[in-house]
Design a protein around this ligand. Structure first.
Ligand SMILES: [Zn+2]
Ligand SMILES: [Zn+2]
Length: 293
């Protein structure tokens, strides 16, 4: 019976994705429209575009959060330093990004032991702190969504981390809003696609994904659809006074697609809402943490 109702819910979400998501966000108890912009530097092509992207962000006075990989910080410290110089926030994204096509294609974060996971995070922390002179407070699970489990929280607590941004909005019972997870760690969910409510609305999904049967390729590349969908999400932030966060790949931010215009849209949105980084947002949640200790 419950399986039947789940499939009905999924069927409804698939056939009426925007309505499904609007109903979802309408239930969120939030009174402050908030947006956090984040990027995952997963591949060498992302590293090569850090400088361009950071310039575009600086022009628009936008600070963002960047999830970085330890091994690449060690290999390309100067490229990553640009982010520190421009005042962006750094998120620990493991040492080797298990399951990365470039670094560790045969490893899966969710199949590692707790000790191996801790080692991945600690090793990345050390190199970020020595090479970039920066102490991250937040962590993002590689390929979050599928590979994310609650098992990460005790490790983060152990390492004195304060937040995680590792799950999709539609996976939460907080209707996509930040919530206090286990061990006093705050979880900042990432929003999903208005047309695919159970997939992250990232630039890979929208612009890059190569076709691989039975999955189609990039889903929102045509006719500026990526930007139109982004604008729909911003409308919901204002309409329902909710928090939303997105993550993109730096390599996709070039003048050849509509990504620079999306940065313009974010710039416009910034003046109407609480635009901030995860750490800044953390401050407004700290009193919640204190009551639990
Ligand atoms: Zn990643
Ligand atoms: Zn989509």
């Amino acid at each position: 019976m419950s399986m039947f109702s789940i499939s009905l819910k999924e069927l409804w979400a698939m056939t009426h994705p925007a309505t499904y998501l609007e109903n979802f966000y309408a239930k969120a108890s939030s009174d402050k429209p908030t947006f956090v912009l984040s990027f995952d530097i997963d591949l060498v092509r992302d590293i090569k575009n850090i400088k361009n992207l950071s310039n575009e962000l600086r022009k628009r006075e936008l600070k963002a959060c960047f999830a970085v990989i330890g091994k690449y910080v060690e290999q390309y410290p100067e490229e990553h330093k640009v982010l520190i110089d421009d005042g962006h926030e750094i998120i620990n994204h493991t040492w080797s990004h298990p399951n990365s096509i470039e670094l560790s294609p045969n490893k899966y974060f969710d199949r590692m032991t707790q000790d191996e996971k801790k080692d991945e995070i600690l090793k990345a922390h050390d190199v970020i702190s020595t090479k970039l002179n920066y102490e991250p407070k937040g962590f993002r699970v590689p390929h979050f969504g599928n590979l994310f489990t609650d098992a990460i929280y005790p490790i983060l607590k152990d390492l004195n981390y304060q937040y995680s941004s590792s799950t999709l909005s539609t996976n939460t019972t907080s209707y996509g809003q930040p919530y206090l997870a286990e061990m006093g760690i705050l979880e900042f969910p990432v929003a999903t696609c208005p047309k695919h409510p159970f997939s992250s609305f990232d630039s890979w999904h929208s612009l890059k994904r190569p076709p691989a049967f039975p999955k189609p390729g990039a889903l929102h590349k045509k006719n500026g659809e990526f930007r139109t969908l982004f604008q729909l999400l911003s409308k919901w932030i204002l309409k329902y006074n909710i928090y939303m966060s997105l993550y993109f790949d730096p390599a996709d931010f070039t003048p050849e697609n509509d990504t620079y215009q999306i940065l313009d849209d974010i710039c416009e949105l910034k003046d109407q809402i609480n635009y901030c980084t995860y750490s800044e947002l953390l401050k407004s949640y700290l009193p919640i943490k204190a009551t639990h200790e």
